[in-house]
Design a protein around this ligand. Sequence first.
Ligand SMILES: Cc1cc2nc3c(=O)[nH]c(=O)nc-3n(C[C@H](O)[C@H](O)[C@H](O)COP(=O)(O)OP(=O)(O)OC[C@H]3O[C@@H](n4cnc5c(N)ncnc54)[C@H](O)[C@@H]3O)c2cc1C
Length: 359
Amino acid sequence: MAERKINIAVAGAGLMGRLLAWRLSEKGHQVTLFESGSLEKPAGACHAAAGMISPLSELFHCPLPIYQLGMQSLQYWPYWAKQLEQATGTKVDYREKGSILIAHPQDRSELLQFQQELNAKLGSDNRDQLQWLDNNALRDLEPELDRFDQGLYLASEADIDNRKLLPALLKALKQYEIEIRENTPVDCGSETIQTENGNEYFDLVIDTRGLGAKNQINGLRGVRGEVMVVETPEVQLNRPVRLLHPRYQLYAVPRANNQTVIGATEIESEDRSPISLRSTMELSSALYSIHPAFAEARVIETRVNCRPATMDNLPVVESEPGLIRINGLFRHGYLLAPALVAQAESEISKFIQTTEQVT
Ligand SMILES: Cc1cc2nc3c(=O)[nH]c(=O)nc-3n(C[C@H](O)[C@H](O)[C@H](O)COP(=O)(O)OP(=O)(O)OC[C@H]3O[C@@H](n4cnc5c(N)ncnc54)[C@H](O)[C@@H]3O)c2cc1C
């Protein structure tokens, strides 16, 4: 039997809010989306991000559930990206070319440590997910990395251009003619959205306000992240590349038009002021050490925002009657969002069944 359609409010049109509103509209629910800022230039972390979908790279620093949810998300992303592109005629540049880890010869131990740690965490069944690259194999995949004689290839990783995805989601939402209210800061309660003009009532409220829900999620904090976008035709990478270094970790994510997103700092602070000189220097010099031609790249943008993180850096999907809160996506929003949408959909189904039994 088809599931009953309900009237749902989604608070926060960042990554999680947009993706969820789109999927719920697809299922036929009536969705209203509230956003405190502008929809064209979202104020949330989603706009600053690099868009990497890297379950294996993240596993080095994170517990197993992040990897498991990330692998689940990788099942959804290709279909959703295709569906969005077809529906909106907008490219989102979802790329399934894996990612590469490199280290300078003197830092070879960093690569070995990464490999050992992942093998330990993944167990013997999954060891083929990491491929050691010698000089030739590395050059076959990334000819420009000819200064490096070894690397690791994580073939299952992917990435998406978030600066294309977010507007595409908005376009898809508009096609459903859902009600979208920007410049409308809200508070969330059970079945209730509170705006400065009073309360509005729904069958269900879903709170995806990221750091905007700080007072409602125990221990939620912001973790500052800074990235730079540089442009040069001189260096052509084919996929995200991570430089492992004892002090300066760097990723370089190639984008269209000879642009590369490089990042990211991770600072325990909720300061969203512009990028610091120190971060600029550290990111730039780490990039330059990958390929000297980056020296002439033009810095076309710097981005700063705060990742919404819980005390254990794991995401939360909390349900109470008439209210679901999804938060704490931390540095893994693009990695985790589809898997969390699936969790939310299952909570919504339970909610619908419970309310059917009551009525
Ligand atoms: C520099 C940087 C790089 C990153 N790189 C990656 C990456 O490569 N891969 C990856 O997976 N993740 C990455 N992330 C993390 C990712 O961006 C976040 O995990 C993700 O954006 C969180 O999504 P969200 O929707 O929960 O929150 P947000 O994206 O922060 O969105 C929350 C939305 O709620 C709105 N809002 C807030 N308060 C209210 C209110 N009161 N009423 C209405 N609306 C409200 C905000 O304006 C915002 O639009 C990165 C983050 C940063 C900062």
